[in-house]
Design a protein around this ligand. Structure first.
Ligand SMILES: Cc1cc2nc3c(=O)[nH]c(=O)nc-3n(C[C@H](O)[C@H](O)[C@H](O)COP(=O)(O)OP(=O)(O)OC[C@H]3O[C@@H](n4cnc5c(N)ncnc54)[C@H](O)[C@@H]3O)c2cc1C
Length: 242
């Protein structure tokens, strides 16, 4: 696929390109579709890390569109992983709705990085939504025994019924319906007290991946108002609201 200026920039940055092939699809519900792929040799070259994502290339009206998607259960030995798509408007969602076994999609690896805190934090604080659910699940898997508080924003009734890998004994889920700044309010009203517990040790970690506007506000709040040290937070906007 012709990739336009974005593709040219990525090439200059020595990104790595692969072709993924669909081996099966699953309808999780009307809002969420899981697609299994073989990796075209990708994982053997790149390795894997929690929250790992790729840039997939979709075509619409002859134009290339690059979108980020998270690897679900990557298996480097088998060269396989899955992708989980929230369905809405857009070229990526359209591709996922129509995907069939044997379809291929081009993937570029550039920019995905995450180092698991070492030693592990005593508590994980996560703010996300359906688009970042695959990444949230990979974090919860990776940080095994670490207790976590998850603020999860829903923008569709089915978002509350998506497969989150929660262990009720260790994970506290706080679901907030999207709109009216509800997520921000909820985090503001609860996080300062929770972080107060770590005042002497600073051994917590905050991970944020919501829409770009909310992520920016939350990051500014964490850094400026709560003085969360930079190494204690990782934040990335996952989608652009209208
Ligand atoms: C690092 C990274 C990892 C990501 N991983 C995943 C993943 O595993 N699964 C996943 O589903 N998404 C993931 N995303 C988000 C995904 O890339 C975006 O949602 C993307 O915009 C979808 O492309 P599209 O072509 O379907 O829609 P677009 O053409 O980008 O947008 C079309 C319309 O849909 C709206 N829209 C876009 N995304 C959403 C959303 N999530 N919820 C509600 N409305 C939306 C837009 O505001 C616009 O109105 C990830 C993003 C990043 C940066």
């Amino acid at each position: 696929m012709e990739r336009g200026w974005e593709g040219a920039v990525l090439k200059l940055l020595r990104s790595k390109d692969f072709v993924l092939t669909v081996t099966g699809t699953e309808v999780v519900n009307d809002r969420f579709r899981r697609i299994h792929v073989t990796d075209g040799g990708m994982l053997a070259v790149t390795g894997v890390h929690p929250t790992m994502w790729v840039r997939l290339w979709f075509s619409k009206a002859g134009k290339p569109h690059q979108r980020g998607y998270t690897l679900v259960d990557p298996d480097p030995d088998k060269g396989t992983f899955s992708l989980e798509f929230v369905l809405h408007e857009g070229p990526a969602s359209d591709w996922a709705r129509a995907a069939r076994e044997g379809d291929t999609i081009e993937a570029t690896v550039h920019g995905s990085d995450f180092t698991t805190p070492d030693p592990p934090p005593s508590h994980l604080y996560v703010v996300g939504d359906a688009a970042s659910l695959p990444a949230i699940n990979s974090l919860l898997d990776e940080l095994g025994e670490v207790p976590a508080t998850v603020w999860y924003e829903t923008s569709h009734p089915l978002d509350a019924r998506l497969p989150m890998r929660l262990d009720p004994a260790r994970h506290d889920l706080r679901t907030v319906a999207r709109g009216g700044g509800g997520l921000m309010e909820e985090v503001r009203s609860t996080l300062p007290d929770l972080l107060g517990k770590h005042r002497d040790t600073d051994d917590y970690f905050v991970w944020v991946a919501c829409d770009t506007v909310t992520t920016r506000s939350l990051t500014a709040y964490l850094r400026k108002e709560l003085s969360v040290p930079r190494p204690r937070v990782k934040a990335l906007g996952y989608w652009r609201p209208d």
